[in-house]
Design a protein around this ligand. Structure first.
Ligand code: GLN
Length: 194
């Protein structure tokens, strides 16, 4: 199985490390031809507006949209913003793979970055392993609404932070920055099933 990590900008190397720890080889993606060789891709954290510009510059926006129609994508933080159907504050284009509204930088300046511990939904624990989840936030968005087939797998104070829709998965936090590999494991399972 070949998993790609988008390496245009942001925090892609830590995803590579997380996947290696799970015994999976990573391909760093920065051009469209690579997509045809991959089973699934990860869109890392970083700055979603900058990533959007780079996706356009490399002619990757439409190919990525096509990829999403067939294969799994895992978006973390900025990557979750790129996968939403609606983005606010300010509004920007997105791939529309997960039916949700996301507000950028919504935790405010004071709590720019934080580490929290939450108990995920039972469903997440049943499909991975039980136990609390350590959450690293860096200028994270807030998922304001999930609709249709989107399912919440973990929340913080009532706001969803881990959501799946079919083959796709998004986290507003940074699972690649902790030792807990369950979110990546869940995504790899999706990638194997497809
Ligand atoms: N604030 C960034 C954005 O709006 C996301 C931050 C992150 O990915 N850590 O794109």
């Amino acid at each position: 199985m070949q998993i790609g990590v988008f390496a245009l900008q942001g925090d892609f190397e830590k995803h590579g490390r997380a996947l290696r720890r799970l015994g999976v080889d990573t391909v760093y993606v920065n051009s469209a031809w690579q997509l045809s060789t991959l089973d699934a891709v990860i869109l890392p954290g970083g700055e979603s507006s900058t990533m959007l510009k780079l996706l356009d510059l490399e002619g990757l926006f439409e190919p990525l949209k096509q990829f999403a129609a067939e294969k799994p994508i895992f978006g973390t933080c900025a990557g979750s913003i790129l996968l939403a159907t609606e983005v606010t504050s300010p509004s920007q284009r997105s791939l529309g793979a997960i039916d949700m509204t996301v507000e950028r930088n919504a935790y405010g300046r004071q709590v720019d970055s934080s580490i929290r511990t939450i108990l995920p939904e039972k469903e997440f624990e049943n499909r991975t392993r039980p136990g609390e989840l350590e959450i690293v936030f860096i200028r994270a968005p807030i998922i304001r609404e999930v609709r249709g087939g989107a399912r919440v797998l973990a929340s913080l104070e009532g706001d969803p932070i881990l959501v799946e829709q079919g083959r796709h998965l998004v986290a507003t936090f940074h699972p690649e920055m902790t030792e807990d590999t369950r979110a990546h494991e869940l995504f790899l399972r999706k990638a194997r099933e497809k």
